[in-house]
Write a protein that binds this ligand. Structure first.
Ligand code: MRU
Length: 376
């Protein structure tokens, strides 16, 4: 694996270090981020992007707010950190992991005894979230690799790789793990309009790892499926509600086409991306700016005055998803779910097979308040 950690904490300088993904593939440069305003800008500009990486960014953001604050009074410090946390949460609404990472650290610091304790706890919890992310991706990779035939062509959309996480990746983690088992995996990467996370990031990552990757326009996928050139589809997810998978715009189109051609459509995602208290209609789809479509660098692609509609994500109904590959195993919808002392249990409706999300699952209520489900 040649990619450095996408996002990390520098103990010597007490700052966040991240790869600026807007510069790839031409330039792989890291940024040292010393305040939460800069972090918020990085998240909005997609310098840091991808649901699991956003979870880690949110967690480190809370730690950064605590570490850089001059407040020594516990209540004042908690208030300042909470306000920074709220601002960070607003930067991107669709991927649930951002709020999940922020809330997880905030919940821990509320038990602190003094200001020093807040700083120690926040940083320790953020580092734990970052370390878990790698373990989680490796487990997703292990569970998913078995689903791939020994020789196959996988279509993927956007970037659900090391750059979308701290390392390894979710959808690309499955591909990496399968390749590591000696399977001959060829990847078809959709360029992914509007920001080209597929051609810029997925192709960059995989080619550096020596995986056979071909970039196509998003609109080529149906024709390739019809020609029998795609064996399966694997994408990541930004939020999984009780009825749909939210992922980069265009995912739904690939799912419909895969269904039509009888091609398995897998989603690889950690339990931190699940948000089962919400349904498709509750989720805010992020709308992005006109210029992302109207210009390619300096070149104008849309006439002045013509409107552009630029949603970042779409929803794919679970009925089009063959299975979700999680860190605890593979879940096939339709499934039922309930909480147990161990966490959330997902049970396949017909086979009765079950998978348990061992860590408590943080759910987002319609009010925007986040809370952890009580176990039991
Ligand atoms: O807008 P982005 O780049 O943050 O969106 C990310 C995606 O939609 C990815 O495709 C994804 O699958 C979620 S991250 C593993």
């Amino acid at each position: 694996m040649k990619t450095d950690m996408t996002i990390d904490w520098d103990d010597d300088e007490s700052c966040i270090v991240f790869i600026d993904q807007t510069l790839l593939p031409g330039d792989c440069r890291t940024v040292r981020c010393r305040d939460t305003d800069r972090l918020a800008r990085a998240v909005m500009r997609l310098e840091i992007r991808g649901a699991p990486a956003l979870g880690v960014a949110g967690a480190y953001g809370v730690a950064l707010a605590a570490v850089t604050s001059r407040q020594e009074d516990l209540a004042d410090l908690l208030q300042e950190v909470a306000s920074a946390a709220e601002s960070l949460k607003k930067t991107r609404p669709t991927a649930v992991n951002l709020a999940w990472g922020i809330d997880r650290v905030m919940e821990r610091v509320r038990g602190a005894q003094d200001a020093g304790d807040v700083r120690r706890i926040a940083l320790a919890e953020a580092k734990a979230i970052a370390a878990e992310d790698l373990e989680t991706c490796l487990a997703i990779g292990r569970h998913g690799a078995g689903l791939l035939p020994d020789r196959c062509t996988v279509l993927t959309h956007c970037n659900a790789g090391a750059l979308a996480c701290t390392a390894w990746g979710t959808a690309l983690g499955v591909i990496r793990s399968a390749a590591g088992m000696g399977k001959e995996v060829r990847v078809v990467a959709c360029e992914t309009r509007p920001l080209h996370q597929g051609s810029r990031l997925t192709a960059w990552e995989l080619s550096r790892d020596g995986v056979d990757v071909t970039v196509i326009t998003d609109s080529s996928s149906a024709a390739m499926m019809r020609e029998g050139e795609i064996d399966l589809v694997i994408t990541g997810a930004d939020r999984i509600t009780r009825d749909a998978v939210f992922n980069k715009i265009g995912t739904y189109m690939h799912a419909v086409c895969a269904h039509h051609h009888g091609i398995p459509f897998y989603v690889a995602a950690p339990f931190s991306t699940f948000d089962l208290s919400e349904g498709e209609r509750d989720v805010v789809i992020e709308m992005r700016g006109r210029d992302e479509i109207a210009f390619c660098g300096e070149k104008q692609l849309v006439p002045d005055g013509v409107e552009v509609r630029n949603p970042a994500f779409d929803a794919t109904p679970l009925s089009l998803v063959t299975a979700v590959i999680t860190e605890e195993g593979v879940i096939s919808p339709p499934f039922t779910h309930h909480t147990s002392p161990e966490g959330e249990v997902f049970k396949h409706v017909t086979s009765g097979d079950s998978v348990t999300a061992r860590r408590p699952v943080t759910h987002r209520l319609k009010t925007g308040v986040h809370h952890t489900l009580p176990s039991g």
